[in-house]
Design a protein around this ligand. Sequence first.
Ligand code: AMP
Length: 637
Amino acid sequence: MKVLVVGGGAREHALAWKLFSSSAVREVYCAPGNAGTAIIAHSVPVRHDDIPNLADWAKTQRIDLTVVGPEGPLGLGIVDHFAAHGLVCIGPTREAAEIETSKVWAKALIARHGIPTGRAEVAESPAAALELARKLGYPVAIKADGLAAGKGVVVAQDESQARGVLQDFMVDKTLGAAGARVLVEEFLDGEEASVLAFSDGRDLAVMPPARDYKRVGDGDSGPNTGGMGAYAPAPSLDARTLTEVRERILAPAIAAMAAEGRPFKGVLYAGLMLTADGPKVLEFNCRFGDPEAQAILPLLESDLVEVLLAIDRGALGAMRVEWSPTLATCVVVAASAGYPGKVKVGLPIRGLDSVESGAIVFHGATRRDRSGRNVVTSGGRVVSVVGRGRDLQQARSQAYRGIGEIGFEGMQYRRDIGAEPVAARLLPALAASGSPPAAVAPAAAPSGAVVEGPEALVSSLSASLSTAFAALGAPGSGGESAPPAAVTVGVIGADAADGALVDIVRAACAAGGVECDLATVSPYRAPEELRRWAEGAPGRGARVLVAIGGSAPHLPGLLAAMTPLPVIAVGTRSANVSSAEAVAALLALPPGVALAVAGLDEGGARNAAALALAILALADPARTARYLEARAAVART
Ligand code: AMP
C-alpha cells in the first residue's frame, strides 16, 4: 500500500512514523515533509494547501490512502476534492471541518445540541463585543471566528485589554478575515485537557487524554504558540471524567454533525476546561493536534492503517482500537530563538543522529542544507522530543535527557512540561492539600516505626511539622487567618566573619528559586536574640535552618534545641577554632537532635543549600520536579 501524509511538521512526522510501522504499508510519502520524514518517507515537493496538484500527484502515483495533518487543507476541502478524483483521503469534508474553521458555527452547533460549554455570544463590531463583555463580566475570552494558527483567542482581564484585542482583530485586521466576527465567551476556570477521538461519522474511538502547553515560557508565561509540549495520558482525567467527556461531549458532537448532514470522519479534537461543574468545551479541532499527535501516536498499539481504513468504510464500531495500558509519553518541543515571533532559519542542528536516551525525535521545521549533509532549522518549532516510560516521570526524564543531546543556536524549550503531575504523583497527600504540610491530614508513623516509601516518609514528616507549626501558631497551622509567608530557608552566622559562607548559601538557594531569611547573631553575646530569631523563623516562612558556626561551633546545636525545624550545620575554621575542632563540636551532640552536618567551609555551605532545597522539594509538589531536574543536572556533570 502507498500512503501519503499531507503536511510537514512534527505531527506529520509522527503520522508517517506510525504508518511506516504498518505491515500493510510499502511506501510512505510526505507532502512536503521535512528532513526527518525524509528518512522514512519520500518527500513530495508540493505544498500542503496546493490541493489540485496534490490530487493530481496522488492520482498519478496511485496513492491508496491519504491522511491530512493540518487544518488548512481540510478547511479548503481537500477531502472533497480527493473524493471527487476517486482518492481515499481521511479527514472531515470542508463542511464538517467548519467545526474548527468557524468558531461561531461550532458554538451554535454546540448550543443547538446541548453540549456543555461556556456562555458566549457573537459580535460583529468592537462596540457590540465590549457590550457583551460588560454583560458577562471580566475576565472574558475573545475569540476570532476563523482560523488563526493559535493566535485567535485572548483572555482579556479588563476592558482596556479587551479594547486592544478588538482593535487588533476587527479594526487593524491582524488576522485578516478570520477576525471579522468574534465570540465573546465567559471565562471558565479549571484545568485544561484535550481529548481526541477517531470517528467514522457514527462511531468513535476515544484516545488517551493529553495535556498540551500553549504558552512559550515556563509556568505558562509569555505569548501563545502552536504548542510547546504535551504529555499523555493526562492523569487529571480519571476514568469517570473520561466517560463523561465521551458521553456528554464527543458522542453528542458526532451525532450532531451527522444529524445536520455533515458527518464527521477523521480525528475530532475536543479542547476542554475541567471546571467545578464538569468538563466544558473550549473548542473543537478537526484533526490531530501538534504536539498532541506526537504524545498520543506512540501509545497506539493498533495498526494505524487499519484504523484509517475503518474510518473510511464506516466500520469503526466493529473495531477495537488498542492503546498501550502501560506506557506514558512526554513531548518537549525545541523552538527557535524569538519564536513565536520572527526567527532566524538555516541554523545547523547538532545531535540529531545520536540521541542515546531512547527518546524519539520528530522533526518539525527542519530541512537539509544545500550540501545535503547537514540538517538545519527552517522555522519556529524545530523538533519534538518524545520520551516514553512506564509513567510520566520516566517519560519526562527521557524526553529531557533527549533534548539535552540536541542543540542549535538560540534553541529554547520549556523546562516544566509534565512537571506538575509528576510532583503530584510523588506527593499525593501534599498535592491534594495544595498548601504547606500543615493542611494535610497525615498518616503519621508511630515514633520509631519503619516508614516505607517516599510518600509515607513525607506524610510522617508533614505530621511532625504540622504539629510543630500548630504549637508555634505559625502560618499554615490553621489556615484561616494570615496568608502563609513565602517559603524560605533561615540562614544564620555567629559573626561578620561568617558573611561569605552565609552568602554562598543564599546564592545557591536563590538559584533553586528559594529566598533566604538572613541573620548574624552571636550565641555568646545575644542568646535571647538567638532564641527570638529561632522561634520566629517558621512564622517568617522558614522550613529549614542553616547555621554556620564559625567562632561559635556550638551555634547549630544550640539552635536545634530552640526550634522544631530541621537544622543544617556548616562547620568552618576561624581565628580560634581549627577545622578538626569545628567538626568535632558538630558531631558531639546528644542523640535525637534534628541536625545534619553538611560539611566544612565553602563546600559545606553549598551542600547545606542543596540539602535545604531537597527538604523543601519534598514539602512542595511545585518544587519537586525542579529539584529533580537540578539533581539530574548535577548527576550529568
Ligand atoms: P481555544 O483556541 O478556544 O482552545 O483557546 C485557546 C486557549 O485560550 C485555551 O487553551 C484556554 O487556555 C484559553 N481559553 C479559551 N476559552 C476560554 C474560556 N472560556 N475561559 C478561559 N480560558 C479560555
